[in-house]
Design a protein around this ligand. Structure first.
Ligand SMILES: Nc1nc2c(ncn2[C@@H]2O[C@H](COP(=O)(O)OP(=O)(O)OP(=O)(O)O)[C@@H](O)[C@H]2O)c(=O)[nH]1
Ligand SMILES: [Mg+2]
Length: 230
């Protein structure tokens, strides 16, 4: 038996981020974010990945995960559960809130290291999925693609669906990880891909800190400019 590529020794919930300028946990760890439509199986996949049954909330009501949730895995990386997009019954108002939240986080989080993009194996990528994939390639973040719920089909049928999805996205079949939260298929392959991603050098350069008007924010040992009042 091969060794577990991601042994979970410690798992801590770090808290939610609910608006683009709102509170978020200190970005101390490299972050791997999980993205996908509502109901695609993000929370179920996360639970399987960390081998905890009720860790990330799983629901039969699509659109349940509304904030961005952060989890510290082994003090090694932060797992980031994004709200699902593209659920029709959610009000326009809520959708208008989510997009800036998700895109703002992905664009600006200083420690983002990669994204795991989930697609339901049974369906062709939706317009929202394609928009998200375009966005991910625009920001050039390393992305792992997972096809979820493969247990819902016969094996050959699921393989054919993965092949078709790969073709639709212009990628190789081997670039998509087939996954089932029910059988655990794909768990170790995904865990290994995530461990590799986290071991890479930091993907994003930190943004320069904004110039502060507030003198108190300047450390006392910071050099003062000549023209600056004492
Ligand atoms: N058969 C099967 N069902 C799954 C699988 N993954 C998720 N489900 C079911 O799909 C539904 C949605 O799963 P969630 O994990 O809550 O999906 P989510 O993407 O987190 O949904 P939101 O938080 O609403 O965006 C639940 O009823 C799950 O039990 C899977 O691999 N196989
Ligand atoms: Mg969820």
């Amino acid at each position: 038996m091969s060794a577990d590529p991601l042994v979970i020794r410690r798992l801590d919930y770090l808290g939610p981020m609910s608006s683009p300028d709102g509170w978020r946990p200190e970005p101390r760890l490299p972050e791997v974010a999980f993205s996908g439509r509502s109901n695609v199986g993000k929370s179920s996949l996360i639970n399987k990945l960390v081998r905890r049954k009720g860790w990330a909330r799983v629901s039969n009501t699509p659109g349940r995960t509304r904030e961005i949730h952060f989890f510290d895995v082994n003090g090694q990386f932060a797992l980031v559960d994004l709200p699902g997009y593209g659920y029709a019954r959610i009000s326009k108002e809520r959708k208008a809130e989510w997009r800036p939240l998700i895109e703002g986080f992905l664009r600006h989080s200083p420690r983002l290291q990669g994204v795991v993009q989930l697609l339901d194996v049974r369906h062709d990528p939706s317009g929202d999925d394609l928009q998200m994939l375009d966005f991910l390639s625009e920001i050039e973040v390393p992305t792992i693609i997972v096809a979820t719920k493969v247990d819902k089909m016969k094996r050959a049928e699921a393989s054919a669906r993965v092949l078709a999805t790969a073709a639709a996205l212009g990628m190789e079949e081997s670039q998509i990880i087939p996954f089932s939260a029910v059988t655990g298929e794909g768990r170790d392959e995904l865990a290994s891909a995530i461990a590799d991603l986290v071991a890479q050098p930091a993907w994003r350069e930190p943004e320069p800190a904004p110039a502060s008007e507030d003198d108190d924010a300047v450390p006392t040992d910071a050099p003062r400019r000549e023209d600056e009042a004492p």
